[in-house]
Write a protein that binds this ligand. Structure first.
Ligand code: G16
Length: 500
C-alpha cells in the first residue's frame, strides 16, 4: 500500500475542513458539491472491504429520491445486500478524517477489520443520471486504483442492476450473467413465463403506464422493453427528455402527496406506476370511474404478494413459513389485515432496506416492503431448493403448475438483496429525546380516533419526518399538523412555525 500515493491523490479530492457527514439510511447523501472527497474515500474503502471479504463489492453513485442538486453513494456487500453496520462506522470515520489524518484512519480500519492487504480486490461501480454523477464516479475509480484494486465501471445503471451485478459475480455467474443484458434476460424469462397465466391474456393486464421520475429508470426500461413486449406493453412518461429529476413526479412524490405525478395522462382504470430516481422503488395507482385516485403503495404490494404466495403454497400443499416485514410507516390497517385475516406474522423494523432485509432473511419466504415502495421477496436457500424440486418432480398437473409459478416468482425478484436532537426507540415508533415530545404526541394521538403518529429524523435528507394516520383524511391531516407543531416547539424548530 503506497501511503504517499494515497495522500497525493487525496489532495486532488480534498475534504472541506470541518465538514462532518454520516453514513445514513442509504449511505452518504448531501449536496453534490460536498461529495468529491467522500467518493474518493469510498473507492478506498470498497477495496478494503473487497480484500476482507475476498469478494466483489459494489459502489453506487446516486441520491435516489433526493433533488437533482444532491448526490450520494452507497456500498453493496457481497451478496448484493447493503453494507454491514460495522463497516458503516468505518465509512463514517474515513469520510470525516481531516486530510492529514487519512493514512492513520485507513490503517486503523485495516487493523480493526483484519484486512489482508495481499488479497486481490474487485469493485463494480454504477451511477444514476444526475449531472454530477459521472465526475463523482471517476473519483470513486481514483480511490479504487490508488489502492491497486481492479474495477468494472457499469456506467449508467439502476440501483437494483448494480446489486444484481455484485451478486452474480460473487456466485460465479450461478445467479445470472453479470451484464445488463443478463439482467434483462433473467428477469424477462421469469416474467414471460408468469404472463402465461390465463388471466394475463386479458387486455387490461397487458399495458402499464410508467412514470420514470426523469431518471435512470427511463433509459433502462427502454432497453428492457422489447424483452417483455409480448407480455406487457409499457408507455413511458417523465423519461428525462425535458423534466427535472424527481420534480413533481416519481414514487416519493406520488406517495407523499397521494396524487398522480405531473406529466402523465391517466384515464379511469388504467394501470400506472412510478419509479424513483434510481428505480429501486415502485408504487402503483389508478383512477376509478369517478376519477378518484387510488394508491397501491408498498403496504398493499406486500399484502397482495403475500396473499398470492399463500394461495400458491396451499395449491401445492406445502407449508413454508411466510413472514412480512414492515416499518413504522406501514398503515395500521395493512398490518391488521395481514395478521388477523391472512394470519401472517408481521414484524416492524427501523426505516431502511438494510433493516427489513435482515429480518426477512429469518423466514422460508420473507416479504418485505416499505410503504414508500422499496421491497422484495427473499427465499431461503432451503425453500428455493424445495420449490425447484417440486416444480420438477410433482406429478399432479395442478400442483406442478403452482410450483412452477412459484419458481418463476423466485426468479423474478431480484433478491439482493440539527434534526439529530430527536432520537427514537421501538423501531422508531417512540421518541426518546427531546424530553416531553413523546408525551405530547401520545396526548394528541389519544384525541383522534383509530390514530397513530410518530416522528423521526430522516437519514437521507436534512428534515424531520412526521407520520400520522387516523379514521379520515381530515383527521389524519389535523393530527399531522398538531404533531408538527409539537416538534417545532419541543425540538427547537427554526423559522416560521408550521400552521397548527
Ligand atoms: C432510502 C432508503 C429507504 C428509506 C428512504 C427514506 O431510500 O433506502 O430504505 O425508506 O431512504 O429514508 P429516510 O426516511 O431516513 O430519509 P432511497 O430510495 O432514497 O434510496
Amino acid at each position: 500500500m503506497d501511503l504517499h500515493a494515497i495522500t497525493a491523490h487525496s489532495a486532488l479530492h480534498a475534504k472541506p475542513s470541518g465538514l462532518v457527514l454520516q453514513y445514513g439510511t442509504a449511505g452518504f447523501r448531501t449536496k453534490a458539491e460536498h461529495l468529491d472527497h467522500v467518493m474518493y474515500r469510498m473507492g478506498l474503502l470498497a477495496v478494503l472491504r473487497s480484500k476482507q471479504t475476498k469478494s466483489t463489492i459494489g459502489v453506487m453513485v446516486t441520491a435516489s429520491h433526493n433533488p437533482e442538486e444532491d448526490n450520494g453513494v452507497k456500498l453493496v456487500d457481497p451478496l448484493g445486500e447493503m453494507l454491514a453496520p460495522s463497516w458503516e462506522e468505518h465509512a463514517t470515520s474515513l469520510a470525516n478524517a481531516e486530510e492529514q489524518d487519512l493514512p492513520g484512519v485507513l490503517m486503523d480500519i485495516i487493523v480493526k477489520a483484519a484486512v489482508d492487504l495481499q488479497q486481490d480486490a474487485f469493485v463494480v461501480i454504477g451511477r444514476d443520471t444526475r449531472l454530477s454523477s459521472e465526475k463523482l464516479s471517476q473519483s470513486v475509480i481514483d480511490g479504487v486504483t490508488v489502492l491497486e484494486g481492479q474495477f468494472h465501471d457499469y456506467g449508467l445503471v439502476t440501483t437494483p442492476q448494480l446489486h444484481y451485478m455484485v451478486y452474480c459475480r460473487n456466485t460465479s455467474g450461478q445467479y445470472g450473467e453479470a451484464t445488463v443484458e443478463g439482467y434483462y434476460q433473467k428477469l424477462s424469462k421469469a416474467f414471460m413465463e408468469l404472463t402465461k397465466q390465463p388471466f394475463c391474456s386479458e387486455e387490461e393486464y397487458r399495458s402499464l403506464k410508467v412514470d420514470c421520475a426523469n431518471g435512470i429508470g427511463a433509459l433502462k426500461l427502454k432497453e428492457m422493453e422489447h424483452y417483455i413486449s409480448q407480455g406487457l406493453s409499457v408507455q413511458l412518461f417523465n423519461d428525462g427528455t425535458k423534466g427535472k429529476l424527481n420534480h413533481l413526479c416519481g414514487a416519493d412524490f406520488v406517495k407523499s402527496h397521494q396524487k398522480p405525478p405531473q406529466g402523465i395522462e391517466m384515464k379511469s382504470n388504467e394501470r400506472c406506476c412510478s419509479f424513483d430516481g434510481d428505480a429501486d422503488r415502485i408504487v402503483y395507482y389508478y383512477l376509478d370511474v369517478d376519477g378518484h385516485f387510488h394508491l397501491i403503495d408498498g403496504d398493499k404490494i406486500a399484502t397482495l404478494i403475500s396473499r398470492f404466495l399463500k394461495e400458491l403454497l396451499l395449491e401445492i400443499g406445502e407449508s413454508l413459513n411466510i413472514g412480512v416485514v414492515q416499518t413504522a410507516y406501514a398503515n395500521g390497517s395493512s398490518t391488521r389485515y395481514l395478521e388477523e385475516v391472512m394470519k401472517v406474522p408481521v414484524y416492524c423494523t427501523k426505516t431502511g432496506v438494510k433493516h427489513l432485509h435482515h429480518k426477512a432473511q429469518e423466514f422460508d419466504i420473507g416479504v418485505y416492503f416499505e410503504a414508500n415502495g422499496h421491497g422484495t421477496v427473499l427465499f431461503s436457500k432451503a425453500a428455493e431448493t424445495k420449490i425447484r424440486q417440486l416444480a420438477k418432480e410433482l406429478e399432479d398437473e395442478k400442483r406442478k403448475a403452482a410450483a412452477k409459478t412459484l419458481e418463476n416468482i423466485l426468479d423474478l425478484f431480484n433478491q439482493v438483496a440539527d434534526r439529530q436532537v430527536i432520537s427514537t426507540t421501538d423501531a422508531e415508533r417512540q421518541v426518546v429525546t427531546p424530553p416531553g415530545l413523546q408525551e405530547a404526541i401520545s396526548d394528541l394521538v389519544k384525541k383522534h380516533k383509530l390514530s397513530r403518529a410518530f416522528v423521526r429524523p430522516s437519514g437521507t435528507e436534512d428534515i424531520v419526518r412526521v407520520y400520522a394516520e387516523a379514521d379520515s383524511q381530515e383527521n389524519a391531516d389535523s393530527l399531522a399538523r398538531a404533531v408538527s407543531l409539537a416538534v417545532f416547539e419541543l425540538a427547537g424548530g427554526v423559522g416560521e412555525a408550521p400552521p397548527g
